[in-house]
Design a protein around this ligand. Structure first.
Ligand SMILES: Nc1ncnc2c1ncn2[C@@H]1O[C@H](COP(=O)(O)OP(=O)(O)OP(=O)(O)O)[C@@H](O)[C@H]1O
Ligand SMILES: [Mg+2]
Length: 260
């Protein structure tokens, strides 16, 4: 059963075809990899699927949390978020001057039930919501191993923990489809291994569908169930990790990059 269907997706930046006639089907609950050389268009695809960019042409159909099929192409990020899409960024984007736990709570505001009026007067529903958000946030922090750091400023966390916090925040929004843009970037092998386990744990715990971009091939091949390969804006291969590793076009695309 598919949760996301991308058909005929194109994105031009002036004369540059960054994404060219891309078709992707994401199955519910799968851990999907999107790989390709630098500049292939991977992040642009994430931006198109999460509402940061409007496609030049093409459609993105999402089966949302309520099971409704909706076209999300052209929707703004805060709207795609309401439909259960969340992401992390290639360059970490946290609220550096907020505490770890507040970074999570801020992502939960779309689930708010109290009004501003109730918040100002600190009426029971506001206090109840606050308590619930706090508990949920602390639970997610415990899963990623950051519960002891809940009161720290986000900027004081080491790099690897900031990456984890970003993932925790994406999950705290209540999303069912999570996009991770190079979650292992800048991590050493043991941190990368930890992250692999964490992603599987979170995916199972929250019944997530996960789509991730990553350059670390060992990480991708061990973690992902299925992989799409992008080169110069086009999908050049799709398949199981073993199939991708032995695919001629994929090898050529990567060798081409090395020679340059
Ligand atoms: N906002 C933009 N305006 C103009 N060109 C852009 C814009 N965003 C991306 N591009 C171009 O589109 C192409 C694809 O970029 P993109 O960032 O999607 O690649 P990528 O596969 O994520 O690469 P990397 O692995 O280096 O992160 C590149 O040539 C890039 O310069
Ligand atoms: Mg990128």
């Amino acid at each position: 059963m598919s949760v996301l269907k991308v058909r005929g997706l194109n994105k031009n930046f002036g004369g540059l075809k960054a994404v060219s006639d891309v078709n992707i089907t994401v199955n519910q609950g799968e851990l999907l990899g999107l790989i390709g050389p630098n500049g292939a268009g991977k992040t642009t695809i994430f931006n198109l699927l999460t509402g940061v960019y409007v496609p030049t042409t093409g459609t993105v159909r999402l089966k949302d949390v309520d099971g409704n099929k909706i076209n999300i192409n052209g929707m703004k990020p805060h709207i795609t978020a309401r439909h259960g899409i969340s992401r992390t960024f290639q360059n970490i984007r946290l609220f550096k001057n907020l505490s770890v736990v507040d970074n999570l709570k801020i992502g939960m505001h779309k689930n708010i039930r109290h009004s501003i009026f109730e918040a100002i007067l600190r009426l029971p529903r506001f206090i109840r919501d606050e308590k619930m958000f706090e508990q949920q946030a602390m639970y997610i922090l415990s899963l990623v191993g950051l519960q002891d750091k809940h009161a720290e400023f986000a900027m004081n966390l080491p790099y690897g923990e900031q990456r984890k916090l970003e993932i925790a925040r994406a999950i705290a929004t209540g999303a069912s489809v999570i996009f991770l843009d190079e979650p292992a970037a800048g991590m050493n092998p043991s941190e990368t291994e930890d992250l692999s386990k964490l992603i599987v744990k979170l995916k199972d715990e929250f019944h997530l569908t996960v789509i991730l971009i990553e350059h670390d091939m060992k990480f991708v091949m061990n973690l992902c169930e299925r992989i799409y390969v992008l080169d110069f804006g086009s999908i050049i291969a799709e398949g199981l990790p073993a199939e991708i590793q032995s695919n001629k076009r994929v090898i050529e695309a990567y060798l081409g990059e090395q020679v340059e």
